[in-house]
Design a protein around this ligand. Structure first.
Ligand code: OGA
Ligand code: NI
Length: 370
């Protein structure tokens, strides 16, 4: 009987789904986010946040596996005698994991600290100060929002501020005053690191080091600042469900609270917070143009009691003026024994397809296979 009640509650009949829609829009209309709900003093997870149990307790759920560790690559000396060693490490990590951490990357530690502090300051402001940014319109330059699980229609345990820099020249004035300086400094530094990593990736693939730069596929940036409040019942909900990033490349900064996991050989492995490190993630589009040499990483974030968990992710993709560029496997990487695996696609087409089909948990790259 108890089991029955539970499964009805989690799976939901049409009527319950209808309630869910109403409750979701009621929650969103507060414009106070999950943070606002937590501040109101709840001691359990409201039903609209519950994801089906199998989502978290499947066989692949194994976050304490000591056998694997997400690679950590020290970039010190990358312009000198260690360059080839670093290139080999990056190639190996990108082929087998699609995700790795970098240290000694050149982004100053106070720039990283200030970035995370500004994420927390933005989300911890009184509702009156942040509600003007509340929106689900992703064409805005800046917007703050809650996320709904695309398939299960459950709200997720996080609030996000997103800023989009579609042009080469960036209008930092659009950013909320409270995070303007830290975010602009972070984006500038991370952009520099992206240029260096893009050269190293090119060399790893045997291409000219400016090949990706010339393709103009990673010039636009979207910066998101996630705030995962402390969760009273973390096993019932999710921070970010399993996904791959539908861009070319991601550089992510996480604070000291764990929860980020990468899927490796069918097991969820913690991406341990390492002081001063940044996380590099291969996106679906880089997998596509590398003809599957590089693999995009599937990853997720668990809800946790030890909150708030803070993170900032910078995604790289083509600017608006390059919207019509078509991307397919690079001809330099093809041969009789390695024929092209994918059709050509624009990034906008890929994003559209991803939002319709890709959010079910597995990446939709195979849909573009020849
Ligand atoms: C993302 C993401 C991870 C994190 O925003 O795509 O995977 O640690 N974030 O918040
Ligand atoms: Ni991601």
């Amino acid at each position: 009987m108890e089991g029955k009640t539970k499964s009805t509650e989690l799976v939901g009949s049409d009527e319950l789904n209808y309630d869910r829609e109403v409750e979701l829009s009621e929650l969103m209309s507060t414009k106070a986010g999950v943070k606002g709900l937590v501040d109101s003093g709840i001691s359990s997870v409201p039903r609209i946040f519950k994801v089906q149990a199998e989502q978290k307790h499947s066989e692949e759920f194994n976050c304490n596996n000591k056998q694997f560790q997400v690679p950590i690559i020290n970039l010190e000396g990358f312009q000198g005698e260690r360059r080839q060693e670093i290139i080999d490490d990056i190639l190996h990590a990108s082929k087998t994991w699609g995700i790795f951490q970098v240290v000694c990357h050149g982004v100053p530690s106070d720039v990283m600290k200030n970035m995370l502090r500004s994420v927390s300051e933005f989300h911890e402001q009184p509702r009156e100060l942040k509600e003007e940014f509340y929106s689900h319109d992703s064409t805005r330059k800046v917007w703050y929002y809650m996320t709904v699980h695309p398939v299960r229609k459950a709200a997720l345990w996080k609030d996000t501020i997103a800023c989009q820099f579609e042009d080469v020249t960036v209008d930092y004035q659009a950013l909320p005053l409270i995070c303007r300086k830290p975010m602009s400094e972070f984006v500038e530094h991370v952009n520099k690191l992206k240029r260096e990593l893009s050269k190293l990736l090119c060399e790893a693939l045997g291409l000219d080091s400016d090949h990706l730069e010339q393709m103009e596929c990673m010039k636009a940036r979207k910066l998101v600042g996630h705030y995962y409040p402390s969760c009273p019942e973390p096993e019932l909900t999710m921070g970010t469900p399993k996904h791959s990033d539908p861009y070319f490349f991601t550089i992510l900064l996480q604070g000291h609270v764990d929860g980020l996991q990468a899927l490796h050989q069918n097991q969820w492995i913690n991406v341990q917070p390492v002081d001063g490190a940044l996380v590099a993630i291969i996106g679906d589009m880089l997998q596509l143009i590398s003809n599957d040499i590089l693999k995009s990483a599937e990853h997720r974030v668990l809800a946790t009691r030890r909150g708030p968990r803070l993170s900032a992710a910078c995604f790289f993709y083509p600017t608006a003026v390059n919207q019509k560029l078509r991307f397919g496997p690079l001809k330099e990487l093809l041969s009789d024994s390695s024929p092209a695996l994918y059709n050509e696609v624009t990034h906008v087409e890929y994003l559209k397809h991803y939002s319709l089909h890709g959010s079910c948990g597995s990446k939709p790259l195979p849909d573009f296979r020849l």
